[in-house]
Design a protein around this ligand. Structure first.
Ligand SMILES: [Zn+2]
Length: 713
């Protein structure tokens, strides 16, 4: 069984598709600066596993380190250009892959903190460095002499006797240059540089506004009567949040998901549900200093201009060329095929909720802020299943142990906690990951709970990706960041089933990072294949055989009762019209923004409404992300790519059938998945990898079955 993950991956190391890690470069290389004695980036880290020395890193260390990284990478690139020898794979393509390691190491820390633990100075620094880095990337991507060398190697590729991985790197390097504007004339190149500058600033500003808007709202409750309907654990959590906000004795709910959703599920105060939900879905749309309406359309317009300059119809066509789906038409057809049965289901669900309201004499029409509340009631009525009755079995630490146990069963991995390893926040946990035979595989950081310094959602990234240095593997340092329910004074962190699923999801991304056997530093993963390693992990989360291992009551240690598991399983398709519907609506909105012919002229709110009306979205459902806080597409790397989750789901549902056929813990199947998909992830065409694992191309039926979307004929 499975449900749609609420996860969002903002930055996964395996996603990087650049020419090299972060190819960038200033106009001229200034003279080397003497290394500042106290800047930890300028000397060997000297830490266990060479992780970043977080305790020593101060805000003021980033700018000089980024400047130095830019200078060094440019010098490395210049050395390739000035090589007197004729261009070869080794002296040009492999050499280029190996440039910019210093900058990439600094940026990995800077980027991770920017998302997971930022502050005013870091935000300002991001605004300052985004255009610098964009210019640096263009200096490399638009360098004619460099491109000439790359093209010389590319043109003789058939006679070079390259192996699969080398050929893939060569073809991607060449394509990245072309897509980066290498074939444009000088005037067009100047235009492209300008567009990249503007885009770099606007996308940073967009994300900054979403964070500011999320932190700006608090629902402060002073009267106990306003807590009506809330389970004690939710009340305790709100008291804790109030305490942290300096409002001891009161109760605070925020529009961070783990705080908001339980309130929407249980609060009997309809007007307060409305207030909270409105604050959530009006983020960035309040005509204040953090409003994102103009920024969203400007980003869409600039992206379109850039795509046209590069010879594409629109931004979606530009993006999708690199994906499995290839064209906007194919994505739109795929989304429409799913949308029709989903809308039927969503309408049925809305009618059932309305019927319940009417039965209770509510006398009002179902609204978006009622959906969770009545869904919860209906779930109890139909399946006698209460979300809060499940949470005690999903203590965070137990879920973590469950995932470790799964990784042991499938791959023989061992996880050793490293309590003394440097970390960027005291709540972060660190583990060494070892192979069955004890060899070091990599390091994994995990950062679980919301903070004002952290953006919403969940993602997987890292501080170093693996590659081979003179035949020796440089092991990766991976990172998982979530926004899960916090522990309270009386109880540990008890996760919702959505959170459990998200944890498995992000862990799957990390496994791809940890298992990688890529020789080179560049990865090129089709965005719509990138969720295969993550989403396949979700399939195990609620398997009874695995629940028996980890889902133990946090007080009694009792394993989750079979009856409860059965209810969970029976209700797996419940509310699927809503879950799939809000996701597909956001995917369709994303595609609309990146195919519309005149984004500069639209009115953001009206545009969104028209797109949603066009597909017949019912007003009781708000798209998973509205335009003004759609970080994935306006601040992260998922533009014209939010559909990728459900596209990948065709792959993961079909792939999981292979496990089900042999037993869900089958070591042989796991080994094949590891060898064919995870180890070479991003170094080969994803469909070819998939076919090697599965023996055939993926079929859509397992996905339709899993979501209850089979068209009844
Ligand atoms: Zn993901």
């Amino acid at each position: 069984m499975r449900r749609l993950a609420t996860a969002l991956v903002l930055a996964s190391l395996c996603l990087a598709t650049g020419v090299s890690s972060s190819p960038d470069g200033p106009q001229a290389s200034p003279e080397p600066q003497p290394a500042p004695a106290d800047n930890p980036f300028f000397k060997p880290y000297g830490t266990p596993f060479n992780v970043p020395p977080f305790a020593l890193i101060k805000n003021e260390h980033f700018l000089p380190a980024i400047e130095e990284g830019i200078r060094r990478e440019q010098a490395e690139v210049d050395a390739i250009i000035n090589d007197q020898a004729a261009p070869t794979f080794e002296n040009t393509i492999a050499a280029l892959d190996h440039t910019g390691i210093f900058l990439s190491d600094v940026n990995a820390v800077f980027g991770a903190l920017q998302s997971a633990h930022t502050n005013k100075e870091l935000l300002a620094l991001a605004r300052q460095t985004a255009p610098m880095l964009a210019a640096h990337r263009d200096n490399i991507g638009l360098n004619e002499k460099l491109f000439r060398r790359v093209k010389a190697v590319y043109d003789q590729r058939q006679s070079l006797k390259l192996d699969r991985e080398e050929m893939f790197l060569l073809e991607n390097t060449y394509r990245d240059f072309v897509r980066g504007g290498a074939l444009l004339d000088e005037g067009q190149k100047a235009e492209l540089r300008k567009l990249n500058q503007e885009l770099s600033l606007l996308t940073v500003k967009f994300g900054e506004n979403v964070l500011a808007e999320t932190n700006d709202f608090k629902l402060v409750i002073e009267d106990r009567a306003d807590l009506a309907g809330l389970p004690p654990s939710v009340v305790a959590m709100a008291a804790e949040t109030a305490k942290q906000a300096g409002l001891e004795g009161k109760w605070v709910f925020t529009i961070q998901v783990p705080s908001m959703i339980p309130f929407l599920q249980y609060s009997e105060k309809r007007e307060l549900r409305e207030k909270l939900h409105r604050a959530y879905f009006m983020k960035g749309d309040r005509d204040n200093a953090a409003d994102n309406k103009e920024i969203a359309k400007k980003i869409a317009a600039l992206r379109r201009e850039k795509a046209r300059l590069l010879g594409y119809d629109n931004h979606a066509a530009f993006v999708l060329e690199n994906n499995m789906a290839k064209t906007p038409d194919r994505v739109n057809a795929f989304l429409n095929e799913l949308w029709e049965p989903t809308l039927v289901k969503a309408r049925e669900e809305a009618a059932a909720l309305q019927a319940m309201i009417d039965r209770q004499g509510g006398g009002f029409h179902l609204a978006s802020w009622d959906w969770w509340f009545y869904t919860e009631k209906l779930r109890q009525e139909k399946y006698a299943l209460d979300d809060s009755a499940l949470r005690p079995y999903f203590k965070l630490e137990n879920v973590r142990q469950g995932i470790f146990a799964l990784c042991d069963k499938l791959y023989g991995l061992k996880f050793i906690e490293l309590p003394d390893l440097p970390r960027y926040h005291p709540e972060v946990q660190a583990f060494e990951v070892r192979e069955a035979d004890g060899r070091h595989l990599g390091v994994l950081y995990m950062d679980f709970h919301p903070r004002e310094s952290k953006r919403g959602g969940a993602w997987s990234g890292g501080f170093r990706r693996s590659y081979y240095e003179k035949g020796t593997r440089v092991p990766p340092v991976a990172n998982i960041v979530c926004n899960f329910t916090r522990p309270t004074a009386d109880a540990p962190a008890l996760l919702s089933t959505d959170e459990v699923e998200t944890f498995f999801h992000e862990f799957g991304h990390s496994l791809a990072t940890l298992f990688s056997q890529a020789r080179y530093r560049s990865r090129s993963v089709a965005r719509d294949a990138v969720e295969l390693p993550s989403q396949i992990m979700e399939h195990w989360a609620f398997e009874p055989e695995l629940l028996a291992v980890y889902a133990k009551h946090y007080q009694t240690g009792e394993v989750i009762p079979a009856a409860l598991v059965e209810k969970l399983e029976k209700s797996s398709l419940f509310n699927q019209g809503f879950i799939t519907g809000e996701y597909l609506a956001a995917s369709i909105l994303d595609m609309a923004w990146h195919t519309v012919p005149n984004p500069a002229e639209v009115d953001t709110r009206r545009f969104e409404n028209e797109v949603m009306a066009g597909i017949g979205l019912i007003p009781e459902i708000v798209p998973r992300y509205r335009s003004t806080y759609f970080n994935h597409i306006f601040s992260g790397g998922y533009s014209a790519g939010y559909y990728a989750y459900i596209w990948s789901e065709v792959l993961d549902c079909d792939a999981y059938e292979a496990f089900k056929g042999k037993g869900i813990f089958d070591r042989q199947t796991a080994l094949s998945f590891r060898k064919n998909i995870l180890e070479p992830f991003g170094t080969e065409d994803p469909l070819a990898q998939y076919v090697r694992f599965r023996g055939a191309e993926p079929k859509i039926e397992p996905l339709l079955r899993n979501r209850g979307l089979e068209v009844k004929k």
